[in-house]
Write a protein that binds this ligand. Sequence first.
Ligand SMILES: [Zn+2]
Length: 177
Amino acid sequence: MGAIALAISLAGCGAGSELPATVQDATSTAQLSDADGYISTGDALPLTSDKPAIAKLNPALLAALRSADRAAGAERGIAITIAEGWRSERYQDLLFERAVQKYGSEEEAPKWAKRGTDSAHVTGRAVDVATADAMDFLNRFGSRWGLCQVYANEIWHFEMLTTAGGTCPPMSPDGRG
Ligand SMILES: [Zn+2]
């Protein structure tokens, strides 16, 4: 994927989009805290964290991720850490408003961010993993724990979409996590 496509996809997933200062003020992440599941851009949490971004994940998803993390550590020396986990509805709404401002309309914005409870992050059923090694490990082996990449253009976004050892469904072409 090219750098431009990656940057756009990252904005869609809620990480680090660059906006003019005036726009950033209106939808500033400064009003967000740990309680919203907010993780600062560039930070990552371990799956043992007791912060809401991790602790409020769906228990089955969290258990699968912890099992995958143990295997990744034992087999590859890789730690699976989380850049985006559970998000509050207001955090997700803020991401949607940022997308409206960035892409210019409520018609265009849903291609890049979901509203409130439409996002699997808000229901605790999605994570964005933080490192390329972890993305690669889960892309190749995640289905051992039922973990699947969902969107072809979001290599970091995983949900539990099959049973352990099952087959992941085809990816959706449009990233909207
Ligand atoms: Zn995501």
